[in-house]
Write a protein of this length. Structure first.
Ligand SMILES: [Zn+2]
Length: 441
């Protein structure tokens, strides 16, 4: 299947060839970081690491971690890019913000080469997901600062698909536009927005399956890996829905192939991922099925490289060969370590709550938010706000609340305190923050 892989040289390279490339680029990158950034130079010096002693991936563990908050803090005084800026402004051609669902947006720069690498990496991931030249993609991510908008558009262009840069909001107008286009279209959005859009289509009198939305490329939330969620989106629209994972700092990097067993890591040659224990910081062996927090190190970045940056995303990796022929490892995102909360010693990820709530569709929209209003230990009923479908009469709400509480208790062994919210409360096209710690504000 020579046509099914965009860059066969890179994507089917042997593990030894990949390691050789990573070693070589890591050496160059670390020397560059130390030569161009006082922050990186000092960080290495404080750990007693001479840049020229980093010979390859096996030396990574000697380098201290960095936190996104260090970069964000260095921008507080108005500094444009912050402490990890390694290229002069004259060489920077794009500035984006990242920040996910917490904290202040953090600015990062891209040189021309960085921007090209971003586009190449994303194009490989999207190709694996089934995107092809000839696809017409409605891009419904946030263009306001974030890489999910403008930079991701460049990845679709690099692949050769036609994008309609739409952005977030104006959902009714979007549905009417899609319905008016006679050819099939595709969507680049958060998965929760695809569900919301189907509700909007129905409320406007359309059967979503008649609209011709046949491919969905989804990112920004871990929901696609929740049992039942993908199937629901595919049934709502009559589409094929594929999952993608990326980070603002690194780009749109990983996409799932037709085998749907994890997302192929697409950042080969651009960044190295390590897995660590989020509590102790110990590096974990990178074996099949291993779970841990992903840590990123850029090896092909000029403007805002990362050097062992903690993502606080908990991932599971799969290293057995994939039938599609790609040799990169695959990953599943289990959730944010800061979205995880602990009840009676058990780690609860929001996605496991979502799986329970999805089983009560169509009475519930599938959207929800956990509001932790007191600091741990969580020995109190966990407040969860759950969206109820508009056509459920108010007199059924009490019974529905009790049913949700019962099912959550059965499945996850904790007692929730459920409140119902109107449809559309959470899914606005932006990332939904699943766990809010309101006691912190
Ligand atoms: Zn594959």
């Amino acid at each position: 299947m020579p046509n099914s892989i965009l860059d066969p040289d890179l994507e089917t390279a042997s593990p030894a060839a990949i390691r050789h490339l990573e070693d070589e680029r890591l050496r160059v990158q670390i020397a560059y970081n130390a030569a161009t950034s006082a922050y990186y130079r000092d960080k290495l010096a404080a750990a007693g690491v001479r840049p020229d002693t980093i010979r390859g991936v096996e030396d990574l563990a000697r380098i201290p971690y960095m936190e996104k908050t260090e970069i964000a803090a260095s921008q507080q005084d108005g500094t444009l890019i912050g402490i990890n800026q390694c290229a002069a402004l004259e060489r920077i051609v794009r500035i984006q913000a990242t920040g996910g669902t917490t904290g202040q947006p953090m600015r990062l720069g891209l040189t021309r080469r960085d921007a090209e690498d971003y586009a190449d990496m994303g194009a490989r991931a999207l190709w694996a997901m089934g995107c092809r030249p000839g696809d017409v993609v409605l891009e419904c991510m946030n263009y306001n600062l974030y890489s999910g908008g403008m930079s991701d558009t460049t990845t679709f262009e690099r692949l050769g698909a036609a994008t309609i840069p739409y952005g977030v909001g104006h959902s009714e107008r979007l549905v009417e536009m899609m319905a008016a286009i006679k050819s099939d279209v595709a969507l680049w959005a958060t998965p929760s927005y695809a569900v919301r859009l189907a509700e909007v289509a129905t409320s406007l009198g359309h059967d979503p399956r008649d609209i011709g939305l046949r491919k969905g490329f989804f990112s920004g939330e871990a929901g696609m890996q929740v049992p039942g969620f993908r199937e629901r989106i595919e049934a709502l629209w009559g589409m094929r829905a594929q999952d993608q994972y990326g980070t603002g700092e690194l780009g749109l990097h990983s996409g799932e192939c037709e085998m749907r067993h994890g997302l192929h890591y697409g950042g080969i040659g651009s960044a190295i991922i390590e897995l660590i224990d989020p509590d102790t910081g110990a590096v974990l062996p990178f074996g099949d099925g291993q779970q841990g927090e992903a840590v990123y190190t850029s090896i092909w970045r000029e403007a805002s490289p990362l050097m062992r940056m903690r993502s606080h995303d908990i991932c599971q990796v799969f290293t057995e060969p994939c039938a599609c022929g790609r040799t990169s490892f695959r990953l599943k995102v289990l959730g944010r370590s800061d979205d995880m909360f602990i009840v009676k010693g058990v780690n609860i990820f929001p996605q496991s709550i979502q799986a329970v709530i999805l089983k009560l569709a169509p009475s519930l929209t599938g959207e929800y938010q956990v509001v932790l209003d007191r600091p741990p230990p969580i020995d109190y009923p966990v407040p969860i706000r759950v969206e109820v479908a508009a056509d459920v009469p108010a007199e059924r709400h009490d019974a529905l609340r009790a049913e949700i509480a019962h099912r959550l208790k059965q499945a996850l062994n904790f007692t929730p305190a459920i409140t119902l919210e109107p449809a559309g409360t959470f899914a606005t096209g932006l990332k939904v923050k699943r766990v809010v710690r309101s006691f912190r504000s």
